[in-house]
Design a protein around this ligand. Structure first.
Ligand SMILES: [Zn+2]
Length: 220
């Protein structure tokens, strides 16, 4: 597939420096995120060089993040780094496993209603410990059971549907299934987000980050 103009543009010139999300339509968001991830994975990240300018700009003018991210708390998956974004670029919610809660949902509602967020990205990742623990189904101490209980509905059919696969491949299937499940949950739980989506003001996209290669794969 031929790279889009926006992908090339975003590869060459960091988004925060050149355009700012404020003027970027939703249909271009994925190309810009992909380009930032490519810069990161190839060791050509540029965001650090314009952070100071972003602090001054967003501090004076306010934030217009446009893209919200739901992802895992895993220390290997910081969205700003892996998409080569800067201060003011992404509106991020994280917890172990990357799942919707009433508070996460309210945060996204705020992003859409008040900040102009037009894209919610649900980002899973390979080798996720929270998903692994949920798949294994063993007892966990303390409040950790809150996490596995929350993740369980998104991956409960993995054992049945993929019984022929190795544990590692089952985990990959579970990570992707969880992303797709959370993409639905975020919208299903919120009439405000449903309305925004129905009116074409919001899109929800899913992707999986590979902790070994640094690359993000968007789900179709
Ligand atoms: Zn994780």
């Amino acid at each position: 597939m031929k790279p889009s103009f926006w992908f090339i543009q975003a590869l060459l010139i960091p988004i925060s420096f050149s355009l700012s999300w404020a003027g970027v339509p939703a249909e271009k968001a994925r190309a810009i995120l992909e380009a930032g991830n490519l810069r990161f994975a190839e060791g050509k990240a540029l965001a650090h060089s314009w952070q100071t300018g972003n602090v001054a700009k967003t501090g004076a003018l306010g934030q217009t993040p446009s893209v919200a991210v739901l992802t895992c708390a895993d220390s290997r998956t910081p969205p700003e780094l892996i998409f080569d974004m800067g201060v003011g670029d992404l509106f991020v919610c994280r917890n172990a496993g990357g799942f919707d809660t009433p508070e996460v949902n309210a945060t996204f509602e705020y992003g859409v209603a008040a900040l102009g967020v037009h894209t919610i990205l649900v980002l899973g990742h390979t080798k996720c410990g929270a998903v692994t623990a949920t798949l294994e189904g063993k007892p966990v101490p303390g409040n950790i059971s809150l996490l596995t209980k929350a993740l369980q509905p998104g991956i409960e059919k993995i054992h049945q549907e993929h019984s022929d696969l190795s544990k590692a491949d089952q985990l990959n299937q579970a990570v992707e299934a969880l992303v797709r499940y959370q993409m639905m949950e975020v919208i299903d739980r919120s009439p405000l987000l449903q309305k925004a989506k129905a009116e074409g003001k919001l899109q929800v996209v899913g992707a999986v980050y590979d902790v070994e290669t640094g690359r993000v794969r968007f789900l179709e």
